[in-house]
Design a protein around this ligand. Structure first.
Ligand code: ATP
Length: 252
């Protein structure tokens, strides 16, 4: 395949993407191009398909129809699922969880060299957790755990970063700190897509947005997406969602 490298290289292209589970619909016919370096929030009502779309972009769910082209590839993509999906009972320390961010580069069994130990320490410092390196993750607060996950993600050095509700159960001070970490990734030129519910936060900190309600309602600059009319439309679709509908009610 020939890579298209115009003035504005495209890192992520969704072409008529339909996603679902067990033949039930979750996301319908999404077509969108997300340019390299975007800082985009994905918003929409409960059950709109936001997590499903992120999973598919991460390569964890195959589209039923359509195509996702992610030029970062699996190795250049970092995906943070919702915190509820993470097992925190495992007896492992903050330092060990953060160091997992290096696995793709060095493998899980190699001992860390000096430079790698420093990179882990820097990542932990970058999220304000210096001093807690040896703590088992089962003893952390929700906000501290979220910081650990951000530090691990920072070490993955991915060009596409996917965050599913990264601020659930996190106090406002930590949210602002983690938003600053995200800003740093954006300044580095990485592409960041984050599923979020707080529209004020999105308006303040995310230049682009995607509004989803099974269908794509709108995407582009945040102020053009989060209009009263489009939010009303998304809410109406959300209220009418039929969990048992057949695969696709619209002619493909
Ligand atoms: N593993 C699964 N198996 C079957 N159906 C699923 C699965 N995960 C999600 N769904 C269904 O897919 C639809 C979209 O769910 P999804 O979690 O993507 O929505 P969401 O927009 O992220 O919602 P929320 O804001 O509530 O997290 C819902 O109808 C949900 O019940």
């Amino acid at each position: 395949m020939v890579a298209v490298r115009l003035g504005h290289p495209m890192s992520l292209v969704l072409e008529d993407v339909t996603l679902g589970y067990n033949r039930h619909p979750a996301v319908h016919h999404i077509t969108a191009t997300i340019p390299d370096g975007s800082l985009m929030a994905i918003v929409g009502p409960n059950g709109a398909g936001k997590s499903t779309l992120l999973k598919a972009i991460a390569g964890e769910l195959r589209p039923i129809t359509g195509r996702i082209t992610n030029s970062a590839g699996r190795s250049g993509t970092a995906y943070m699922p919702q915190i509820a999906e993470i097992d925190r009972s495992f007896p492992i320390s903050v330092r060990e969880v953060v160091a997992m961010g290096l696995w793709r580069r060095i493998g899980p069994f190699r001992r860390l060299g000096e430079a790698e130990r420093q990179a882990v320490a820097d990542a932990i410092a970058g999220v304000g957790l210096t001093g807690l390196e040896a703590r088992p993750i089962s003893t952390l607060s929700g906000g501290q755990m979220q910081r650990v996950l951000f530090a691990r993600l920072a070490l993955q050095d991915a060009s596409l970063i996917l965050l599913d509700e990264p601020f659930t159960g996190v106090d406002s001070r930590t949210v602002e700190d983690l938003l600053d970490v995200i800003d740093g990734w954006h300044r580095d030129g990485r592409t960041v897509l984050a599923v979020l519910h707080d529209l004020d936060e999105v308006r303040r900190r995310f230049p682009e947005a995607m509004l989803l309600a099974r269908d794509l309602i709108a995407h582009g600059p945040t102020e053009t997406v989060l209009t009263a009319a489009q939010l009303t439309k998304a809410r109406a679709v959300g209220e009418a969602l039929d969990e048992t509908a057949p695969l696709c009610q619209r002619a493909a």
